[in-house]
Design a protein around this ligand. Structure first.
Ligand SMILES: NC(=O)c1ccc[n+]([C@@H]2O[C@H](COP(=O)([O-])OP(=O)(O)OC[C@H]3O[C@@H](n4cnc5c(N)ncnc54)[C@H](O)[C@@H]3O)[C@@H](O)[C@H]2O)c1
Length: 253
């Protein structure tokens, strides 16, 4: 898909990976709806894009809210005439991790990292169908891949859900002309990961990879998944310090 002239929407576009993705898509010529629960953060991205990068508009949306998810898609259609690209990026998790927190606490992590993605796709594909197709990229995590122990179980489970959801939706390309793919990054240098690092003991920090990925690298990966028409239901894994790889669709694990 040629991004120039298309309409894109990025959730959690106010900071980190979402901000880099929004700026990248705008630089490539898309009109970008930046959505974020933090209006000020979202506004910062819109200002950056407005300062000569391209065209953007802000819509405050909490991806865990059905009304907001519906509203952000409607906004894209009203503001820029439709929706061609959706990047479900908003996500994250906070302590205490499952099972130490209350159900309301870990439930919010599931809502943010899995249900929010599903709400975006639910309303997004309807708008894309009206345009004859589109591309969706979900931001999962390497935390959602594998069969070993993991220190943030609710986050890992939700991100694993996003991976399975993405692969399950490969058939949407045939049914609706909508390609759904996802990227699973390792450690990325963002406000969220910097906050987490600041809470770690020096010993824990020593265990971190020396060079994390940059948000701009993930933005490049997202762009590739949007542009390459052969990509549908594909899962990209990108661990820091390694080249990215696409999981073969026939893979058992
Ligand atoms: N940073 C990493 O190391 C890393 C690694 C793997 C995956 N990820 C994933 O990448 C995505 C982006 O992470 P990041 O590190 O850039 O995060 P970040 O916290 O730096 O930025 C996330 C943005 O999303 C917004 N947001 C939070 N909750 C929201 C909600 N309910 N609705 C709408 N917006 C919301 C925040 O306000 C913020 O602007 C997340 O899905 C995260 O799980 C991050």
């Amino acid at each position: 898909m040629e991004v120039r002239g298309k309409v894109a929407l990025v959730t959690g576009g106010g900071a980190g990976i979402g901000r880099a993705v929004a700026v990248k898509l705008a630089r490539e010529g898309a009109s970008v709806v930046v959505t974020d629960v933090d209006e000020q953060a979202g506004d910062g991205t819109v200002r950056e894009i407005d300062s000569g990068v391209g065209r953007a508009a802000l819509f405050r949306a909490d991806v865990t809210s059905e009304a907001d998810a519906r509203g952000m898609i409607t906004f894209a259609e009203e503001e820029f005439g439709g929706l061609d690209v959706l990047v479900n990026n908003a996500g994250g998790v906070s302590e205490p991790y499952f099972p130490d927190g209350e159900p309301g606490h870990w439930g919010r992590a599931i809502d943010l990292n899995l249900r929010g993605v599903m709400l975006g796709i639910h309303f997004g594909v309807r708008a894309m169908e009206r345009r004859g197709g589109g591309a969706i990229v979900n931001v999962s995590s390497v935390g959602g891949i594998g069969f070993g122990p993991y220190d943030k179980p609710e986050y890992g489970a939700a991100k694993a859900g996003v991976v399975r959801l993405t692969a399950s939706l490969a058939t949407l390309k045939r049914r609706m002309g909508v390609r759904v793919n996802c990227v699973c990054p390792g450690l990325v240098d963002t406000p969220a990961s910097r906050r987490e690092r600041a809470r770690m003991t020096p010993e824990e920090q020593e265990g971190l990879p020396p060079v994390p990925l940059r948000p701009e690298e993930i933005a490049d990966a997202v762009l590739m998944l949007v542009e390459d028409e052969t990509m549908a239901g594909r899962v990209m894994i990108w661990r820091e310090g390694e080249p990215w790889q696409l999981v073969p669709p026939s893979s058992l694990y």
